[in-house]
Design a protein around this ligand. Structure first.
Ligand code: NAD
Length: 510
């Protein structure tokens, strides 16, 4: 049997892919959430918002599944995640394409997002055989002290539009091997990729014989997110999105003594030093600042260029900005796709006006490719030469705007670098070991990610991911981020016949 040809329209192709991924047509045929492809602005699905009571019911189902799942040995839990990774491998092309259609990422970035999901599955499978606790020296004779890590319960996952499926998988893969169940509230802008991911997960769960209801998907907006945040049966809430969202979520979770993993906005910078390899800088800056149309939390937004190389570097950057191909992300050669929606375009234009008012010189930033759809918004990425780090530069505008500033003193540029409320990612371009090491030292970058001779974006899953200050302080993904999805018990065991007390305390009763 030959496969049906891929349809031409974006809506028809979306429906075709969703069917291939096992999502029933009824799931995106009608409902209050209208999904538009940013590529053309056309409607590609209508999805029902879950009724108000659904979040509580979903948490209940997840909790029931957790009670069984926590007793399954961790390496066996890893087998579920391994099977899910196999589903992702088998369907990488379709799911990556769906990311492109729903979010507007260029093809290699859509596929890269799914590869990131596969990578975290591999990581989590290995981790399922390595969850460990310490044995600690005790002052009491014939005693042993150790720590044990237990699953924590139901983990709530709230995700943002710009990594519609990878962010969920960073959390879910770790939570599942840790022995937790999950409830996912995806961005209301990206329910289709969430439905597809859930269908792939269900297929893996069936093969693995996992308890029913182990990973729940609840589609809705802020109200659904709030219901998840407030549910006392959810001990950990991992929330990815804007700092404004984190300001709401953090205190609400804390008010009921839950734990939150906050992954919020960034305002990432690069410092270009006199010794920097400028060829490398141009390439590194181009990807970090213009990639994903500036819609990554780690997008390079501020570039500090040393006086001695400013006139050599900035014209080259302007040239790259002027020549980068903006357009339909499905087309070969296009590097900058659309913004997610019209509101995002308006926020970008307003930021550029504020930058001009603060003395900035704006290159680019105008609407591009208005032939691709009245409701689609493409822009030429903006490079803005700023005389100072004005107030607007201290804000995260989720669009391709790069503010470029001069520096001459290393002390001053470090202060400017850290002089914003956010603390996600950072980079320095230098061949000077002293500068590189100072940037990575305690006096240097105050961010959760600090790089040398690469831009601030494009992290690998092996490292812990997250940032400080208004970025929220959470860590996900690699290293020991798994600990946030578990609870720790310290155990002391007395294998002797006496009962010595710690700190020399005596308490002898007759
Ligand atoms: P957003 O804050 O508008 O929405 C994110 C999610 O939070 C959505 O699912 C939304 O429904 C939900 N939400 C909003 N208010 C809520 C509330 N009061 N309670 C519960 N849930 C609520 O963000 P966005 O526009 O989708 O994404 C872009 C933002 O996300 C940028 O600021 C970007 O930097 C950030 N981001 C951060 C990371 C990171 O790891 N640090 C990764 C990706 C995106």
């Amino acid at each position: 049997m030959t496969a049906a040809p891929r349809p031409d329209s974006i809506a028809a192709e979306t429906a075709y892919i969703l069917a291939r991924l096992g999502v029933p047509a009824a799931a995106f045929a009608e409902g209050a959430i209208t999904v538009r492809s940013p590529i053309s602005g056309e409607v590609i699905g209508r999805v029902a918002e879950a009724p108000a009571a659904e979040m509580s019911a979903a948490v209940g189902r997840a909790h029931a599944a957790y009670l069984a799942w926590r007793k399954v040995p961790a390496p066996k839990r890893g087998e579920l995640v391994r099977l899910f990774g196999e589903e992702l491998r088998a369907h990488k092309t379709d799911l990556g394409r769906l990311v492109t259609l729903e979010v507007g990422k260029i093809v290699s970035e859509g596929l890269g997002e799914v590869q990131e999901m596969i990578d975290i599955c591999d990581f989590a499978v290995g981790l399922s055989r390595q969850l460990y606790g310490l044995t600690i020296a005790t002052e009491r004779p014939s005693h042993r002290m150790m720590e044990t890590w237990h699953p924590v319960g139901v983990v709530g996952i709230i995700s943002a539009f710009n990594f519609p499926v990878a962010v969920w998988s960073w959390n879910a893969a770790l939570a599942l091997v840790a022995g937790d169940a999950c409830v996912w509230k995806p961005s209301e802008k990206t329910p289709l990729t969430a439905l597809a991911t859930q269908a792939l997960f269900e297929a893996a769960a069936k093969k693995a014989g996992a308890p029913e209801g182990l990973s729940q998907l609840v589609i809705g907006g802020r109200a659904a997110g709030e219901a998840l945040v407030d549910d006392p049966r959810v001990p950990v809430v991992s929330a990815t999105g804007s700092t404004a969202m984190g300001r709401q979520v953090g205190p609400r979770v804390a008010a009921r003594f839950g734990r939150s993993i906050l992954e919020l906005g960034g305002n990432n910078a690069g410092i270009v030093c006199p010794s920097a390899d400028l060829d490398l800088v141009v390439r590194g800056v181009a990807f970090a600042a213009m990639g994903t149309a500036g819609q990554r939390c780690t997008t390079l937004r501020r570039l500090f260029v040393h006086d001695s190389v400013y006139d050599a570097l900035v014209p080259r950057l302007k040239k790259a900005y002027g020549s980068v191909k903006v357009g339909d992300p499905r087309e070969a050669g296009v590097l900058v796709g659309p913004l997610i929606d019209i509101r995002s375009f308006e926020a970008m234009q307003s930021a550029l006006d504020r930058a001009r008012a603060a003395g900035g010189t704006v290159h680019g930033g105008e609407r591009a490719r208005d032939d691709l759809g009245a409701d689609a918004r493409y822009v030429r990425p903006a490079l803005v030469e700023m005389p100072t780090q004005a107030e607007i530069v201290c804000h995260e505008t989720f669009a391709p705007i790069l503010y470029v500033m001069r520096w001459s003193s290393f002390e001053d540029v470090l202060a400017l670098h850290n002089g914003v409320p956010q603390g996600l990612s950072s980079s320095i371009f230098t061949r000077d070991l002293g500068e590189a090491e100072r940037f990575l030292s305690v006096e240097g970058s105050d961010c959760g990610i600090a790089n040398v001779n690469i831009g601030p974006s494009g992290a690998e899953i092996g490292g812990a991911f997250g940032g400080e200050k208004e970025t929220g302080g959470g860590r996900e993904s690699g290293s020991d981020a798994w600990k946030a999805y578990m609870r720790r018990a310290t155990n002391t065991i007395n294998y002797g016949r006496d009962l010595p007390l710690a700190q020399g305390v005596t308490f002898d009763v007759e």
